[in-house]
Design a protein around this ligand. Sequence first.
Ligand SMILES: Cc1cc2nc3c(=O)[nH]c(=O)nc-3n(C[C@H](O)[C@H](O)[C@H](O)COP(=O)(O)OP(=O)(O)OC[C@H]3O[C@@H](n4cnc5c(N)ncnc54)[C@H](O)[C@@H]3O)c2cc1C
Length: 423
Amino acid sequence: MNDPEHALWRTTCAEAVTAPPLTADATVDLAVIGGGYTGCSAALAAARAGASVCLLEAQEIGYGGSGRNVGLVNAGLWLPPVDIRAHIGTEVGDRLIDLLAKAPSDVFSLIEEHGIACEPVRNGTLHCAHSASGLKDLQKRHEQLRVVGAPVELVSADQAFERTGSAAFHGALFDPRAGTIQPLAYAVGLARAASQVGAQIHAQSPVQAMQHQGSQWVLTTPGGKVRAKSVIQATNAYHLALPDTAPAYVPVYYFQYATTPLSHNLRASILPQEEGCWDTGLVMTSFRLDQAGRMIIGGMGDLGNAGQGAHSGWVRRKLAELYPQLADQPFEQGWHGRIAMTSDHIPKITQIGPNALAAHGYSGRGIGPGTVFGRMMAESLLADDLSLLPVPAVSEHHESWTRVRRAFFESGAALTHLIKARF
Ligand SMILES: Cc1cc2nc3c(=O)[nH]c(=O)nc-3n(C[C@H](O)[C@H](O)[C@H](O)COP(=O)(O)OP(=O)(O)OC[C@H]3O[C@@H](n4cnc5c(N)ncnc54)[C@H](O)[C@@H]3O)c2cc1C
């Protein structure tokens, strides 16, 4: 049942793209490395603008975070607006807040325009207060978000019970801008749309070397070379090879378990409007339904690690705590994925050479931001204008103590899950 690398989303993906490995040399305006949201959105935007584009993916489209996540299409970042401004200043912060407030609309518009079959549901998300202090945190977020014009709404414990069907919450913050998708199908659908407007999409084509020669980049894969004026590296937490341009981040693992589809009777009382949910716990829990009515519940941790027993024990108990009627609902699948966290939780765009940009570090919020950053990096490179980027490009980004911090997150999550599974 548990295959940490095989997400349920691969089993239920209704989208497909023809993406043969690269077998001959090519010359294009823009080469994109990585076939997640960032890379596919960049390829789509550039091809739509009339540029010749070649996307190279080491494995399959959506192999990385884009094919493993929860599927919550959120507005904004994890950080509330005041913290974003504190880290990157008012001017840059306000621009980013504004761009990402509109990100769910960008995502759902692309889905509609290109007929992407990714189970889109735009009924909002509920950030659920797991405790009285969690509710205070939501009240602060609510105030800050209202100041920047976000149409968020605080709902009472009774309303949270009506909406989620769980009596576990002290209240919730409802964001009507957000929604849920089948995350892998969205990535594959973006790649399919890019291919339909002329982009070359190649899976099983890892970029093994990248050199700037004359006025061109030369990207080497096992099956051929791609020459391009501009490059976008969209490899994020699943970066392979290319040590000189490896992104710096703290890897944090997040796992999910999917139940078998719930019966009609059970579905009537559980998330009747299908909002995507997560809670205010320090070691957070997410839960949502998919189109077939599976309950998908997740928490922080690495299923390939020694803590796996603690995580799988916790998830069974947590589901029963949230929904006693699901105590015996069998789990169909469990998987995990790696998130690239940055210390300030702000995504980074790095200039990795002439006409070459890389983006990473969405810190667990990559569906909207990846879509927006990919598109805007492509627009900026094609117009030769870095002022078009969503955040200013930096020449390099460092993170310190990444191994220690990864171990800290994993052991903290395993310990919390172990304790909560026992008591
Ligand atoms: C478990 C989990 C839950 C999450 N939940 C949410 C959520 O609910 N909502 C949300 O907004 N975000 C969520 N996120 C974050 C989101 O999934 C990521 O931020 C997003 O997918 C990043 O997209 P990307 O395109 O930048 O990178 P990725 O999707 O990771 O794509 C990078 C790609 O680059 C390829 N690659 C690497 N090296 C090379 C190379 N040398 N040559 C060619 N290709 C290469 C990889 O194979 C990979 O496919 C979650 C993440 C995880 C892991």
